[in-house]
Design a protein around this ligand. Structure first.
Ligand code: ASP
Length: 428
């Protein structure tokens, strides 16, 4: 069997010398595709079928791919008006197993992603895909954040209804936090999503996450208040619901579970049952009126996120202070470090380094008024970051230092709730 007229996403019946399979054809890739045809079975599992064993392929349902238009070369956003844009950046969601080495490698372009998830045609929304990066997220740099923000802005300017950003999960919450600050007055949803297992694995969460992200991005902001930057990932392990979080209030909390992302939930939803439940009552910062969306990518890259550890010495700390313009400390408990660091912290602040405090407990608020250590840190000029997540505070400090020089201005900015990163009250 050497050639056939079918497209990825077509639902087919394949008869081989010993079995009959039914499922969606997967896109072809490189070496192994010369030998194998990959099919996504109804169970969600994928199989590779040796081409030499195939006797017959019967088309059962053609994938409505024409509606999912736009290859990365063609898509220049001119046609974005009223559509959902998929801006693929790489990561597991856009990867496949390398059947030769057993590793996971980036392989899917935006359009391949769309054809790998044929259920997308059921959403009834018009979609355009573009590959803007192809990296695992551990390799992303601040310049990549600037690029992603710029591409999102272009889509918004061309009238996109919503934007979905498939992204590696490792640093997804850094990117979502950064875009939350770089894109002001968004009038549409921008949804980051990822996958813990690649789309060609049976247990992949890619399909559900992608389809629910498209669903979420297609909801009307007037009705669902879903303007802004969000993260959408699996909720629980039953393959039913996805959870949606604000881009600044979420964190990867498990190395491999599909429901690895936790935070303050904005909503949960299920496209197949058309269910949408919103949690964030009374916390809409923007009025529902539309304002012009602004792109602001000025950041200071010399910022550090430093987890306090018991053997952190004043000498090491002093070296760090010379290198960085801003340091977000992940302190212990309410926001503490060893007494011996307080003097070097004060010196660094007096010399112009901005030092902010978050907590390595992750949940809860910093409070430097309870213990003597905290009060000394406050006196030295450390700024406690309320209940901001350490990563969100680190990203925000980059943005703050990109815009302000004076300590009081930086402090005011850090303590003003800009993109839902601060809750006024901590809920249990
Ligand atoms: N290391 C991968 C990444 O962040 C993991 C993933 O995509 O989930 O790109």
């Amino acid at each position: 069997m050497n050639s056939y007229d079918f497209n990825p996403g077509d639902f087919v019946q394949i008869t081989t010398t010993d079995k009959v399979f039914e499922g969606h054809l997967m896109p072809e890739y490189e070496l192994e595709s010369r030998e194998f045809l990959f099919v996504k079975l109804k169970s969600g599992y994928n199989v590779g079928i040796r081409k030499v064993q195939i006797l017959n392929i019967e088309l059962i349902k053609r994938n409505v791919k024409k509606e999912i238009a736009g290859s990365e070369e063609e898509c220049d956003f001119e046609d974005a008006d009223g559509k959902i844009l998929i801006l693929a950046t790489g990561g597991t969601i856009a990867s496949k197993i390398d059947y030769i080495t057993g590793g996971v490698k980036p392989a899917f372009s935006a359009n391949d992603l769309l054809s790998t998830v044929p259920e997308i045609s059921e959403t009834g929304v018009e979609i355009l895909g573009k590959q803007i990066l192809n990296k695992f997220s551990e390799n992303l740099t601040p310049d990549d954040w600037i690029k992603i923000a710029g591409e999102v802005y272009k889509c918004v300017e061309k009238g996109a209804k919503g934007i979905v950003i498939p992204h590696g999960t490792d640093t997804l919450h850094y990117s979502s936090a950064m875009l939350s600050f770089m894109l002001k007055n968004l009038n549409v949803p921008v949804v980051f999503t990822g996958a813990q297992r690649s789309s060609d694995r049976g247990s992949s969460d890619a399909t559900l996450n992608l389809i629910n992200s498209i669903y979420f991005a297609s909801l009307d902001p007037e009705k669902f208040h879903n303007k802004g930057v969000f993260v959408l990932m699996h909720e629980g392990i039953d393959d039913k619901f996805c959870a949606v979080f604000r881009g600044t209030k979420v964190r990867k909390m498990h190395t491999s579970m599909r429901d690895a992302f936790k935070g303050d939930k904005f909503a949960r939803l299920n496209f197949f049952e058309k269910k949408f439940e919103r949690y964030e009552n009374g916390k809409i910062l923007e009025k529902d009126e539309k304002n012009e969306t602004l792109l602001d990518t000025k950041i200071e890259k010399n910022v550090m996120l430093l987890k306090y550890f018991p053997t952190l010495t004043p000498e090491i700390f002093e070296i760090l202070c010379e290198k960085y313009k801003g340091i977000v400390i992940e302190g212990t408990g309410l926001g503490h470090v060893h007494d011996s660091l307080i003097e070097p912290i004060k010196k660094a602040i007096d010399k112009g380094t901005f030092i902010a405090m978050t907590s390595q407990t992750i949940f809860g608020r910093t409070n430097l008024n309870v213990y003597a250590t905290g009060r000394k840190l406050l006196k030295a000029g450390v700024v406690p970051c309320e209940d901001m997540l350490p990563e969100a505070a680190y990203i925000k400090l980059m943005f703050a230092l990109g815009h302000h020089n004076k300590h009081t201005d930086i402090k005011n900015f850090m303590l003003t709730n800009i993109a839902y990163e601060i809750n006024e009250r901590s809920e249990i």
